[in-house]
Design a binder for this molecule. Structure first.
Ligand code: NAD
Length: 291
């Protein structure tokens, strides 16, 4: 790395708190080095109150791009100069790109999710999708599905604070994406859930259920799985959740959350430098480090 840094090296970075655990610096720095691009990517631990200064600093230091993570994604959307359509609907951004001092905020969780489905041979256009969850990842998925032409997005969530958020998303999408029917239901209504799963093309889990320490939990009974149903999970730890394993057993196309994570990184990289990320090479490098 020290050989790469020069007087010309451009800075990119991640802002939020905590950031120490993030895999982004390793992934982007590997990719810059691999592609011979003169950038370095660092993580900066900042809180919401510091965000106005962060935005000034990004412009002052002429940072090309970077990421915002929790808890700074919402305030970032208020502070950047313009937003992508998805970031505008959601009111949050996890990526910024700096074009000559103009900061554009994007949100790429949903893009990464849809791209990963497509790479697995599942286009979302005209599809009926049931999404379990209405948190950060789920909301990005609801919006991207609607923007990318899904016919129906049926949101199921427990009656917690995220339920109201789902109703807000439904209202916004009713204005912006006229061709997509979005509904919100209580996840506890087993009859409605069963009916929706029986009638959909793609079932998505975007809740924390299935993730450690809830790895024994699945929200949809496996008796509802049929061979022509696509089952996708956002959870990537464990790599295969109980829902994914049961879907595989039932002969469904089952798509875990790791691909979404990787595709999100790749989408961000393309926004930063306009090139395809050397994802396979990075994965090989990672594997060689854990041997
Ligand atoms: P969040 O805290 O914003 O949302 C949590 C969601 O889980 C809400 O919908 C909430 O209602 C639901 N939930 C909580 N307890 C529940 C219960 N007992 N039963 C049913 N639902 C319950 O979280 P988030 O950041 O949106 O993350 C959600 C999931 O998405 C996590 O598993 C996370 O690992 C995953 N994720 C994956 C990626 C990826 O790239 N693959 C990216 C972001 C998040």
């Amino acid at each position: 790395m020290e050989k790469r840094i020069s007087g010309h090296t451009g800075l990119m970075g991640l802002f939020g708190t905590p950031v120490g655990h993030s895999g982004s610096p390793a992934m982007y720095n590997f990719s810059f080095q691999h592609d011979g691009l003169d950038y370095a990517y660092l993580a900066f631990d900042v809180n919401v109150e510091q965000m106005p200064k962060v935005i000034e600093t990004i412009k002052l230091l002429n940072m090309r791009g970077g990421n915002f993570t929790m808890p700074c994604k919402n305030i970032a959307a208020e502070l950047v100069d313009q937003l992508s359509p998805a970031a505008e609907i959601i009111g949050a951004c996890n990526v910024f790109v700096n074009d000559g001092g103009v900061l554009t905020g994007h949100i790429t969780d949903g893009v990464g999710f849809v791209k990963n489905l497509e790479l697995n041979g599942v286009p979302v256009k005209d599809k009926k999708v049931v999404v379990l969850g209405a948190g950060g990842a789920a909301t990005a998925i609801h919006v991207q599905l609607a923007l990318d032409g899904a016919k129906e997005v049926k949101i199921f969530n427990i009656k917690d604070e995220f339920y109201e958020r789902a109703e807000g998303t439904r209202e916004k999408l009713a204005e912006k994406c006229l061709d997509c029917l979005v509904t919100v239901e209580d996840l506890a209504d087993k009859e409605k859930l069963e009916e929706a799963v029986r009638n959909c093309d793609i079932l998505v889990n975007a809740t924390i259920m299935g993730m450690k320490p809830h790895e024994d939990v699945t929200l949809v009974d496996k008796s509802l799985f049929r061979r022509d149903l696509v089952v996708a999970d956002t959870v990537y730890s464990p790599e295969k959740t109980k829902m994914i394993l049961e879907a595989e057993e039932a002969g469904c196309k089952a798509i875990g959350g790791v691909g979404m994570l990787q595709q999100q990184g790749a989408v961000n990289y393309e926004l930063f430098v306009g090139k395809k990320m050397p994802l396979e090479e990075y994965q090989k490098f990672q594997a060689s480090q854990t041997k």
